[in-house]
Design a protein around this ligand. Structure first.
Ligand code: FES
Ligand code: FES
Length: 174
């Protein structure tokens, strides 16, 4: 696992006081000097250039900004970056290894679980959180786990199939 330490000033504007945060992101230690009001989604996208985390509504509705915070799915547009200080964040960029896609990514590919792809990173992180707890979920359990993530394209059917497929892969059955 790589370990980097990086200073990233984000959104420093005139006399607004700033604070330092340190976050382990996708296994790498990152640090930034930020305004306390900065949202985690904006630290990830604008500060750390991890633009796989999408922002759709900015109001906790769509789930496009979902990341894992210490393994739990959170909507990063609703979390202040300072709340992630000292914690671990996983974004979609952290799912694949250098050689292999995560089973959830393979599932979305194999089952055509996306069209425009805007919702996909958030969907994948919610799916990963589910499958880490339960790698053999029912369709209803998948739908419940993804109920905070909205998709405007697919009708959800193939997304559910993709997560079921990924569970089978994680169990060694796909
Ligand atoms: S951008 Fe965070 S829930 Fe929509
Ligand atoms: S694939 Fe377009 S919003 Fe889900």
């Amino acid at each position: 696992m790589t370990s980097l330490f990086e200073e990233v000033p984000v959104s420093i504007d005139g006399d607004i006081p700033t604070t330092r945060v340190e976050v382990k992101v996708n296994g790498e230690r990152r640090a930034a000097e930020i305004e306390p009001r900065l949202l985690l989604a904006h630290l990830l996208r604008n500060g750390f250039k991890l633009t796989g985390t999408h922002t759709g509504c900015d109001t906790t509705n769509c789930g496009a900004c979902t990341v894992l915070l210490d393994g739990e799915p959170v909507k990063s547009c609703t979390v202040f970056a300072v709340q992630a200080n000292g914690h671990e964040v996983t974004t979609v960029e952290g799912l694949a290894s250098s050689e292999q896609l995560h089973p959830v990514q393979e599932g979305f590919k194999d089952e055509h679980g996306l069209q425009c792809g805007f919702c996909t990173p958030g969907m994948m992180l919610s799916a990963v959180a589910l499958l880490n707890e339960n790698d053999n979920p029912t369709e209803d359990e998948v739908r419940w786990a993804l109920s905070g993530n909205l998709c405007r394209c697919t009708g959800y059917q193939n997304i559910v199939k993709a997560v079921i497929w990924a569970g089978a892969k994680m169990r060694g059955e796909a």
